[in-house]
Design a protein around this ligand. Structure first.
Ligand code: HEC
Ligand code: HEC
Length: 155
């Protein structure tokens, strides 16, 4: 009897897990079935540059990029964001870090490791996030009243 009880106890987390686990993207669809793809949404094309969540964040893209070619022959993004193009395009220039190789040397042109812009910069769409996010930026953290028992702030 004791043994059976022990077994049940061991198996309990398994059952609990299979009950609770549900992928936010797939919903209740079993793993061996395909979900219908969600409709393609309209990305933000407001042209309003958004606040960054922290100083080193790659800014998000506030305009449409549909059909922009980025391959070994051409980089459409650089047609507006390159140093020599910004006067005409009024786009912000790629920053100095985009000219640096991984040893920190400054190159004359865009560093190869920054060539594929969409690795880091992404367009946005008005969608319900798949996972909750409780991120607070540093200014919010600094202005927060410290929890009880925390060391006092230096004056
Ligand atoms: C036709 C010119 C043009 C092209 C091509 C273009 N951009 Fe832009 N981009 C702009 C302009 C102008 C802005 C300033 C905000 C606005 O007007 O949308 C901008 C803003 C941005 C910003 C926001 C910068 C910030 O500080 O918030 C990012 C990131 C960006 N673009 C990335 C890209 C990427 C990645 C591509 C290629 C997939 C691209 N852009 C192609 C003109 C362009
Ligand atoms: C490996 C990641 C990465 C790639 C690839 C990359 N960027 Fe960035 N980008 C960043 C980060 C991080 C920042 C913000 C900090 C900084 O300036 O380095 C930034 C900043 C920018 C800014 C804002 C500059 C400013 O001074 O406000 C523009 C515009 C931009 N990137 C455009 C591009 C374009 C166009 C490409 C492709 C040719 C590109 N980036 C490729 C990471 C990347």
């Amino acid at each position: 009897m004791k043994k059976i009880f022990l077994w049940l106890l061991l198996l309990l987390p398994l059952f609990a897990h299979s009950q609770a686990f549900q992928d936010r993207m797939r919903g209740p669809t079993p793993l061996n079935e395909t979900t219908p793809p969600p409709p393609i949404v309209n990305p933000d094309n407001s042209d309003v540059r958004r606040m960054r969540n922290y100083a080193m964040q790659p800014p998000i893209v506030p305009h449409k990029i549909e059909g922009y070619q980025i391959d070994k022959n051409a980089n459409r993004c650089m047609m507006c964001h390159a140093r020599t193009r910004t006067q005409e395009s009024q786009a912000p220039m790629i920053s100095v870090t985009h000219f640096m190789d991984r040893q920190g040397n400054f190159l004359a042109e865009l560093s190869p490791r920054r060539y594929f812009c969409l690795q880091c910069h992404v367009p946005q769409a008005d969608l319900k996030p798949l996972v909750d996010n409780e991120f607070k930026d540093v200014d919010t953290m600094l202005n927060q009243t410290p929890p009880q028992g925390a060391p006092a702030k230096k004056k």
